[in-house]
Design a protein around this ligand. Sequence first.
Ligand SMILES: NC(=O)c1ccc[n+]([C@@H]2O[C@H](COP(=O)([O-])OP(=O)(O)OC[C@H]3O[C@@H](n4cnc5c(N)ncnc54)[C@H](OP(=O)(O)O)[C@@H]3O)[C@@H](O)[C@H]2O)c1
Length: 514
Amino acid sequence: MSVVSAASPRDAVRSRRTPDPCAVVIFGATGDLAHRKLMPALYRLARLGRIASCAVVGVARRPKTDEAFRAEMAEAVLGPSPPASARSAWTAFAQGLSYVQAEFGDALAYDRLRDALDRLDRERGTAGNRLYYLATAPAFYAGIVRRLGEHGLVVRSASGDAGGWARVVVEKPFGRDLASAHALNGTLRDVFREAQIYRIDHYLGKETVQNILVFRFANGIFEPLWNQHFIDHVQITVAETVGVEGRAGYYESAGVVRDIVQNHMMQLLTLVAMEAPVAFEADEVREEKVKVLRAARRLSSDDVARHVVLGQYSRGTIGDEQIPGYLQEPGVAPDSRTPTYAAMRVLVDNWRWAGVPFFLRSGKRLPKRVTEIAVQFKRPPLPMFRGAGGREPNLLALRIQPDEGISLRFVAKAPGTAMTLRPVDMGFAYAAAFGEGEELSEYERLLLDCMLGDATLFTRRDEVEEAWSLLAPVLTWWDATAAPSVPVPYAAGTWGPDAARTLIERDGRRWRTP
Ligand SMILES: NC(=O)c1ccc[n+]([C@@H]2O[C@H](COP(=O)([O-])OP(=O)(O)OC[C@H]3O[C@@H](n4cnc5c(N)ncnc54)[C@H](OP(=O)(O)O)[C@@H]3O)[C@@H](O)[C@H]2O)c1
């Protein structure tokens, strides 16, 4: 199964281009995301020669010199005691790093930022090109964007035709609900054009997520079966073994619906359910994705409790490890109602999917870390081999992580004189087929795309709002209900509450154990 070479030729050419020199401005440069993801990604892109020159301006609250910022970033990227060879490569990259101390609400700080950017244009040839990355708490996004506009730091061009370009990357979560997402979109659009706005969902940077489209649309044999005539139902699972990992403050206000379902799961749903785009181009792809969300049936307030299960983990064990309950985690309110698990039945009311349920589930402290899409096909019309076993339906599993790959389950005759049937799996494993190459990690790929001006793997305004609109009844129900069963407890190390089993079994289906 060819994957890399099956991408559109135009895309292959596009992703090998080198972006124009630009200044990357990271708001929140001393935070966790910048340390763990952004700076290592920029450094690797530079090391691989994928970006010609890189000037990074870190912006954050604490005072520090350029030198101190470089030393902090060196440790984040290289670790505490790197070998001399790593140090010398870093030194060249680090010359492009500088720091602007700023309280985000302080107007004068944006004048200092402008001076720093003008200097980079002169000294490092960044030619007025700016990539602003909002890597700080969402509460600051709108204020930063407004001040960038007020201080003349945004040219209204995504392509550089006005003597430099400006683009903005907005981290998740994008809003807390439909109204706040709509308001943030409004603020962004006051300052930037839509083509300049990159709403990032790092799941879309994963090779295996992009491969969903290649698998579906670069092969001739699957798409004719990809509809309500042949598919019984689809299960999308995003399972984590970890808990809140020191981020209780954030998680308490988000919960699984905002943290995972609204973004990552909606992206997986759209990719698996969308129609073929006219071309592998930003607006063509996003147009088809958003149609899936538009077609997804909205739940009435009466339906929510029947089609959605929210859970919260209690004490349990994963492997040999004793796991405290969510309520015992540091930073979690003792009476918190934050859900750490969600299961949901979604119907997509279009000709392709009429009557095919999509079952979504995601949770923390589940037995296994796995993200997969399982497409279960309908059974053959007649059970010809009665009493021989092997009644399992065909199942196509797209494994996003870990052990990335694809497997197809079908029934085979077990060797022997008796007619005994057994399900078997035919598999494709990414690592075995392609080995460890120089492929880019999620943040590397997405940062490179932003610098190249390719928004295909970013979420468009209407997409993010449709996703919130689909989930609005779930959030309202969670906020409004006083029922002690919301969220329902489940023991850590299990696959979620019993109610989630009931949700799918009521439909005559069963959750798969990945
Ligand atoms: N961390 C992740 O793995 C991850 C993953 C996906 C999405 N995200 C999203 O990325 C964003 C950043 O997350 P994070 O975990 O990196 O946050 P974080 O560790 O809390 O970092 C926040 C950053 O913002 C700066 N800051 C806070 N208040 C400020 C103010 N008033 N003025 C100026 N600077 C201020 C901090 O500077 P000081 O250090 O100087 O205070 C720090 O650099 C969030 O929206 C998050 O949801 C994070």
